[in-house]
Design a protein around this ligand. Structure first.
Ligand SMILES: [Zn+2]
Length: 272
């Protein structure tokens, strides 16, 4: 009797202990999900929404007059890019126009990370397509010097190209390709007046090692990406580019085929 009594008391204690532990876990995770949901909602809150054939655009009243331009520019490019990359889309693409860089960066940070307060975004970012919707700063208020109204319309097309290209390969690990195709399709002639020969890589391994998540890589990728991808498309066709886009470059192994393309590109840039 004594023994049984002791056991049930112990069981009761364990039961209580487990209930408390589970309650704490549920409260912590519940709080985390709730805070994530609130952060998502607050950073993506807009006055109005308008839908065209392929896009649904959210915006604030202060940006109402840019909406027809953004809509028209995206619709004009839709057919061309989905056809070029041979990726028909089923879904309506969400577009969100942020009134300033601060609110854009906040939204990218929050939506890019489950632990929303840990997100990070570089100062020069004016658009994003990661996580699904296209997010751009308002063409009326692009913030960063060097960006124009027209330039931000191109950024919208650049981000749209990322969405289409992600259907070819959602895990592409060559920034030179992922940024290159977006620059090329959006006709962003960034730094074309610069002498590209001064920043050419020394090897194909170096070219593919550049990542746009750091300033050095970004300064190279955004300057040479459009040139490299444009060279491939104009000399070998979209089919070849799509084949190359599907490959995994993480092991740093390059076959003769792509080495030849790389060497031809380097020669062409040097002799331009
Ligand atoms: Zn990009």
């Amino acid at each position: 009797m004594q023994y049984n009594y002791g056991k049930s008391k112990g069981e009761l204690f364990i039961k209580k202990f487990l209930i408390i532990v589970f309650s704490i876990i549920i409260a912590v995770f519940g709080g985390l999900f709730l805070s994530k949901w609130i952060a998502n909602t607050v950073t993506d809150n807009f006055d109005k929404k308008v839908t065209s054939e392929h896009f649904e655009i959210s915006y604030n009243l202060s940006d109402e007059k840019v909406v027809p331009d953004v809509q028209e520019y995206l619709e004009e490019n839709y057919e061309k890019i989905t056809t070029n990359l041979k990726q028909p889309l089923d879904e309506t693409i969400q577009v969100k126009i942020f009134p300033d860089l601060k609110s854009l960066h906040n939204a990218i940070k929050v939506h890019g990370h489950f632990f929303w307060w840990k997100g990070d975004v570089q100062d020069w970012v004016v658009g994003s397509a990661s996580g699904g919707p296209i997010r751009i700063v308002s063409p009326l208020n692009p913030g960063n010097p060097g960006h124009t109204y027209e330039g931000i319309l191109k950024v919208a097309v650049h981000e749209f190209t990322h969405i289409v290209a992600s259907k070819i390969n959602s895990n592409v690990n060559a920034s030179i390709f992922s940024e290159g195709i977006a620059l090329y399709e959006a006709h962003q002639d960034i730094n074309v007046s610069n002498d590209l020969t001064t920043i050419l890589p020394n090897s194909i391994e170096e070219l593919f090692s550049w990542k746009n998540d750091n300033d050095f890589g970004a300064s190279r990728v955004y300057t040479l990406g459009g040139s490299f991808v444009g060279f491939i498309i104009e000399n070998y066709g979209y089919g070849k580019f799509i084949e190359l886009y599907k490959r995994d470059y993480s092991n740093n192994v390059f076959d003769e085929d792509i080495k030849q393309i790389y060497n031809n590109w380097i020669d062409t840039v040097k002799n331009a």
